[in-house]
Design a protein around this ligand. Structure first.
Ligand SMILES: Cc1cc2nc3c(=O)[nH]c(=O)nc-3n(C[C@H](O)[C@H](O)[C@H](O)COP(=O)(O)OP(=O)(O)OC[C@H]3O[C@@H](n4cnc5c(N)ncnc54)[C@H](O)[C@@H]3O)c2cc1C
Length: 392
């Protein structure tokens, strides 16, 4: 493979995950000359490790709006940019076991409904009918969001990557961003490297979409993007003995709001996980042997049939965690036309489609359809934290 990047482009996108590829597609479709650099392979970072959950049911209105827009884009992906992503709108079901959770989700339902997202609080019997694999003995009620669901993360990223290429974007894999020429608040060029070869590409605009690696990329531009990598694991099972496969297939994304234990149908079995709060931040994807034990303990209570199934696979990836567990999206006040989108803390896969569209609008100096100013990195200097409560 020859290393022959373009000499000059309108925008350089750093990172080939869902956020970078969605941005590259939306920008190239709008006529921008785009170079995307990915230090490894497309979708090799967190995006292909996601559980595939896509939802609009958050507590924070900004996240609800972003999720709603992403769901619309995902539903339309077969037409634009094209591709099959196995979108199953099986719904999200948050099981509540305390009265404060019930109140909290009921307040969120009001936010959802006010923004045009169908959701409702349902009783225990309804929750059990929707998710028969769940043990609801201690459940007081649930939040049900029927238009949410799951899809295949890798397929979404590849759909955007292919669409970007079709619109003329250049996507260079095994190519790392290593530095930038920034003077007096203007970007003049970026330096990229592949193996022993390097090049300077002229540009005046950059999108940082480097996921868990965004802090060091931000430093190259003199901006602070406080993101920490935190290992998260998933397991996948084979068929569940004694359970009708049709029941498994129509299971919603079922989440124990207290423990974050979740499962949804995957292949002939389920995909399951939980966010282990004892994991320390750091770049280490060594799988923890005790994770499966902890997961089995949670499953044995919340979804006992799952414990009978054979574990057929699993993996670990990074959540790119921000100080308040919400996305960091915006443009630098100090460096002109430097945009960033990172820190999604477990909901970046589902936000990527809409975030790419928003980044396009910011580059084109158009008002985005969603006001993302609350997600600016400046919130950490001013001490205004976001308040997303319904994290997984
Ligand atoms: C186990 C697990 C389950 C999850 N489940 C869900 C879920 O159900 N729903 C959901 O919405 N989210 C989920 N997430 C979170 C989601 O995967 C991430 O938030 C999302 O993928 C982030 O996308 P991204 O494009 O920002 O980052 P990434 O996909 O990590 O892409 C960033 C890319 O930047 C590249 N890069 C870094 N530095 C450089 C550089 N210097 N030069 C060039 N390239 C560089 C990396 O190689 C990487 O490919 C989950 C995450 C994990 C780990």
């Amino acid at each position: 493979m020859t290393f022959s990047p373009p000499e000059s482009v309108d925008v350089v996108v750093i990172g080939g995950g869902v956020v970078g590829c969605s941005a590259a597609f939306h920008l190239a479709e709008a006529g921008q000359r785009v170079l995307l650099v990915e230090k490894s392979a497309i979708a090799s970072g967190s995006s292909s490790k996601a559980a595939g959950g896509v939802r609009a049911c958050f507590s924070d209105p900004v996240n609800v709006a972003i999720g709603k827009r992403s769901l619309a884009l995902l539903a339309d992906i077969g037409q634009r940019p094209g591709g099959e992503i196995d979108l199953h709108r099986v719904g999200y079901l948050f099981l509540c076991t305390t009265s404060s959770q019930l109140d909290d989700f009921a307040a969120a339902v009001e936010v959802h409904n006010s923004l045009g997202v169908r959701s409702s609080m349902i009783d225990v019997e309804q929750a059990h009918q929707l998710s028969p694999l769940a043990n609801v003995d201690d459940v007081l009620g649930a939040c049900w969001s029927p238009d949410d669901g799951t899809c295949t993360p890798e397929a979404v990223v590849q759909a955007y990557a292919a669409g970007a290429r079709r619109c003329g974007a250049v996507l260079m894999t095994n190519t790392e961003f290593v530095g930038a020429d920034v003077r007096d608040g203007q970007i003049y060029s970026v330096e990229i490297r592949s193996g022993d070869e390097s090049a300077h590409v002229r540009t005046s605009a950059v999108v940082i979409a480097a996921g868990a690696w965004s802090t060091s990329v931000g430093e190259a531009f003199g901006i602070d993007l406080p993101v920490e990598p935190v290992r998260r694991e998933i397991i996948v099972t084979g068929p569940i003995p004694g359970v009708d496969p049709a029941v498994v297939a129509r299971s919603p994304m079922t989440i124990d709001a207290a423990s974050t234990f979740y499962f949804h149908a995957e292949g002939r079995g389920v995909l399951a996980g939980f966010s282990d709060s004892s994991v320390e931040p750091g770049f280490d994807l060594t799988r923890d042997p005790s994770y499966l034990e902890k997961l089995v303990e949670l499953a044995a209570f919340r979804a006992p049939h799952l414990v009978e199934a054979e574990v057929t696979g699993g993996w670990a990836g990074y959540y790119e965690v921000s100080p308040d567990h919400d996305g960091i999206v915006g443009q630098s006040a100090d460096v002109s036309r430097l945009l960033y989108a990172t820190g999604f803390s477990g909901h970046g896969f589902l936000q990527g489609p809409a975030i790419g569209e928003i980044l396009r609008d910011l580059i084109l100096d158009c008002e985005p359809s969603i006001d993302i100013s609350p997600l600016s990195a400046t919130r950490f200097q001013t001490g205004v934290r976001r308040d997303e409560r319904h994290l997984v």
